[in-house]
Design a binder for this molecule. Structure first.
Ligand code: NAD
Length: 496
């Protein structure tokens, strides 16, 4: 069978084949509620069942995290917290192959990506934030309008209990984005993974307990978003909601969270534009564009999905994109050769297919990939698909597709390219390709987006903040900018 064909280690097989519960107070518990089927994306076979949490389970997890915050975790010195976070990173390194297998099996993603991007990215994030535990300083200030002698200073305090809601496309990495900074700041966290991809979060919680994290610092509650996610957004014991997911859910859950005045970070969807100027190196641009859209089979929030190519290089670029896309190895996630792998679920594949159908119907020109009649595929894969002659009013240029579908258009003036690039409701990321440094820097300042990549796409670093504007949300993950999301500043006045 599939797992034998790719020699999946026996301990991974037994981890994914047993019923998956919640992780609360240092141990896994199964709840009595109905379970969700966990389906492996390539074979479409049921792996196991996932417990579905309810209000009572969420309440139990939040209380446990509060107890840890007020108790064992809250009492640790910053350097002790740092040591534990580093120990977790070390344990993940020792467990890297296990974690990579879980991501490939759960998401269906390429195991080579899981090995070289997801797992090391998550580890680096913990290593980076471990160093911040000891540097969360306030400031002293000279009062400017107070008569007499006054000492004024600020202190940074941990916010409290954080709820982290995670999507399915990078389950481990995005979890690490939330956990790294939250733990560094002294918060405790109740995590809700996507109901499609809970496995790596469960493993991480296990590792954290093994290396000595006090019970309740990292709790995991599984189940449906509209039940468990909603319950977390409503729970009065949660101080901060950090959500990554779609803009529609983000807007709804944000309103709920504000009813109880929770602090809020929303990392949402995107439709990231890519400008390729007449001065681009089209070989390099084509390579980076292909990885920017087809990595993780297009299920990437900052995927560069709208190309604006200068008229002079447009045809040449499209020919290179076509050749490159047709060369990408397609296959199961567990095959180390695969680059294009199954989409996360049959439902999601159907959604992406609907978008491809609309691009055909609205008159975009198919360059390569899926035609109008797409056969049913048991393996849940869609071939990398490129459309040219896309127009601003086509859905392919307006809506997030979250699959291996790229749209291309051409432009004549940079002003026009910038205007069209900025015309989206989203503002997560953008990319610019040109060998002229002045041109790239100038363009980067005119683009409305949280992240701008120059001659690259999707390269991330833990020291750099990530997060969008407009319908892509607000607040940052990663970088020092993320820390303020988990801290509160207290102002202290001393009349001398
Ligand atoms: P989603 O919004 O459907 O789900 C995200 C999470 O929210 C899941 O855990 C889900 O169970 C939960 N959820 C769903 N409905 C809920 C509700 N009513 N109340 C509370 N929680 C609820 O998104 P998805 O399909 O898992 O992920 C894809 C989306 O995530 C895309 O739009 C993508 O752009 C976005 N994303 C953004 C970033 C970023 O950093 N900006 C990163 C990755 C993914």
């Amino acid at each position: 069978d599939y797992f034998e064909r790719f020699s999946v280690p026996a301990e991974v097989v037994s981890f994914v084949n047993r019923p998956v519960g919640h992780f609360i107070d240092g141990r896994e518990i199964l709840s009595a509620q109905d379970a969700i089927d966990l389906v492996e994306p390539f074979t479409q076979r049921m792996l196991t069942v996932l417990a579905t949490g309810d209000l009572q389970i969420v309440d139990q997890a939040v209380r446990s995290s509060r107890k840890a915050f007020d108790g064992a975790w809250g009492r640790l010195l910053p350097l002790e917290r740092q040591k534990l976070i580093l120990r977790l990173a070390e344990a993940m390194e020792a467990d890297a192959d296990f974690l990579a297998h879980l991501e490939a099996i759960d998401v269906g993603k390429a195991i080579s990506d899981a090995r070289y991007i997801d797992v090391p990215g998550a580890i680096a994030n913990f290593e980076y934030f471990a160093g911040w535990t000891s540097k969360l300083d306030g400031r002293t200030t000279s009062a400017v309008a107070l008569p007499g002698e006054t000492l004024t200073y600020t202190v940074k305090e941990s916010l409290g209990v954080v709820a982290a809601i995670i999507p399915w496309n990078f389950p481990l990495q995005i979890l690490s984005w939330k956990l790294g900074a939250a733990l560094a700041c002294g918060c405790t966290v109740v995590c809700k993974p996507s109901e499609l991809t809970p496995l790596s979060a469960m493993r991480l919680a296990q590792l954290a307990t093994e290396v000595g994290f006090p019970d309740g610092v990292i709790n995991i509650v599984n189940g449906f978003g509209h039940v468990v996610g909603q319950a977390l957004a409503q729970h009065p014991g949660v101080d901060k909601l950090s959500f990554t997911g779609s803009s529609a859910v983000g807007a709804a859950i944000g309103k709920t969270a504000l009813d109880s005045m929770k602090r809020l970070t929303l990392e949402l969807g995107g439709k990231s534009p890519v400008i390729v100027t007449a001065k681009a190196d089209t070989d390099k641009a084509a390579n980076a564009i292909l990885s920017g859209i087809f990595m993780n089979s297009g299920q990437v929030c900052d995927a560069g999905s709208r190309i604006y190519a200068h008229a002079d290089i447009h045809e040449e670029l499209v020919a290179k994109l076509k050749a490159g896309a047709e060369n990408l190895p397609i296959g199961p996630g567990l095959d180390p050769q695969s680059k294009i792998t199954p989409l996360v679920s049959a439902n999601h594949r159907a959604r992406v297919l609907e978008h491809i159908g609309s691009a055909h119907a609205q008159g975009a020109t198919l360059v390569t990939g899926e035609g109008k009649d797409i056969p049913y595929r048991q393996d849940n894969i869609l071939r990398p698909t490129i459309f040219d002659r896309c127009a601003e009013d086509m859905r392919i240029f307006r809506e997030e597709i979250f699959g291996p579908v790229l749209g291309v258009a051409w432009f004549e003036t940079l002003d026009d390219a910038v205007e069209r690039a900025n015309s989206s409701i989203y503002g997560l990321a953008a990319a610019i390709y040109s060998q002229d440094v002045d041109e790239t820097i100038a363009l980067s300042r005119r683009i409305k987006a949280g992240n701008v990549y120059i001659n690259a796409h999707g390269i991330l670093d833990p020291a750099m903040p990530f997060g969008g504007i407009k319908s892509s949300g607000f607040g940052k993950d990663m970088g020092p900018e993320q820390l303020d999301g988990f801290l509160t500043t207290k102002s202290i006045y001393v009349q001398l």
